[in-house]
Write a protein that binds this ligand. Sequence first.
Ligand code: SAH
Ligand code: SF4
Ligand code: F3S
Length: 441
Amino acid sequence: MKKVFIDTLGCQMNKSDTERMLGILSHFDYEETREEEDANLLIINTCSIRQLSEDKAFSQIGTWGRWKKKGKDIKIGFCGCVAQQKANEVFKRAPYVDFVLGTHNLYKLPEIIKRVESGEKVCECAETNIANVDEKDEFGIVRVKSTNAWIPITEGCNNFCTYCIVPYTRGRERSHSPEIIIAEAKRALADGFKEITLLGQNVDSYGKDFKDRNYRLSNLLRDLNALDGNFRIRFVTSYPTDITDELIDTVVELDKVCEYFHIPMQSGNSEVLKKMNRRYDRETYAKIVAHVRDRVPDVTITSDFIAGFPSETEEQFEDTLSAIDEFELDYSNVAAYSPREKTVAARWVDKYIPDDVKEERFQRLNNKVKENCLKSNKKYLNRTMEVLIESFYEHKGEMINTGKTRNNKTVHIACDKNMVGQFVNVKIASVKTWYLKGELV
Ligand code: SAH
Ligand code: SF4
Ligand code: F3S
């Protein structure tokens, strides 16, 4: 067996592609190693959501380049979203790279490896938008061992938010067929996974592109919920205005589908939202969140926000802070705006916010998220909740099991017994900013 090391820098979709690459390579005599030094094949799976992520991709592979220069017999692959964007340019910046593989052509990996092993340099970054998006599934997946299996249900995005590079790196939105998804879920459950998380830039638009059938996210949730076994189902990410009443009702009705929605708002100000090309304003977002809260008991709602979008004023930024309070958002990912090549907002150079102002807003946003996360956690003090245990480790002489509640809160439980993979009932004894502390009941 030859050994492959993959360094994964991006989002869950990127991690999922890594699992697919490992699946494909396992059919061609490659097994995974976590030791870079042992690998015959080194792959970096890159992310380009912000300039910093892109820079990291190039700085990270410098070491591999130096090993090669010194005569080490290795092959180096550059994959993922930066590869899709930069294609042949990668060879100019990093001449020691053997192949560049974009996000659309993963299934070509076997052929690429063959060509690379015979000494060729290969670049496969054409945007295929293949009608049959399931083509890349034929080799299966080698999943990271954990309790949760990620299953992509849509690829790409049609929304073209003015700050975002994803439609350029991932192409137009395509849905995987329900048959493929259900088969993958069955396989994961048979392998012992206890949770299925359906993945997409915009999961609630799943199935819109099916021409010959009317089958949407709620249908998929129903079919998955009907599978045998004790397991949980989640889905991320939701686009606010694509959350239908039917979807909310389905979440309430189905026992395995968890009370958790990730609904990025991006800004709390309607003018900024318009400039971002988001298809809702503050009031519409408020209504959607209120509706979800009203219908789904104990639901956790998380979000994403950007600080310092071009032309954002101090008042507009304060609307974002107040949105987190007003909509009681349980947790949010936050980022300082980073101009991205090809995107519309990147052209508004004269409207860019100075770095120091952006950084200061980013810090205030972070503090607001922290404050609200603690407030949200306090709601659960003294409550008894079901936790799926995900890890077991020693911390300061104490053995700790950590896991998640149905509504995606992290819980730490001091207990000598390794309970990974089990569902346990826990009483919440105290709360911290980022987690709850529980006791077995
Ligand atoms: N599909 C999801 C988001 C995918 S990208 C959605 O529509 O919400 C993940 C997050 O990265 C985004 O929610 C956004 O907050 C952040 N992001 C995207 N482009 C960015 C940029 N140019 N600068 C800073 N943050 C960005
Ligand atoms: Fe990017 Fe907007 Fe698509 Fe999300 S919906 S991936 S933010 S373009
Ligand atoms: Fe994900 Fe980064 Fe690509 S967030 S889709 S890996 S640009």
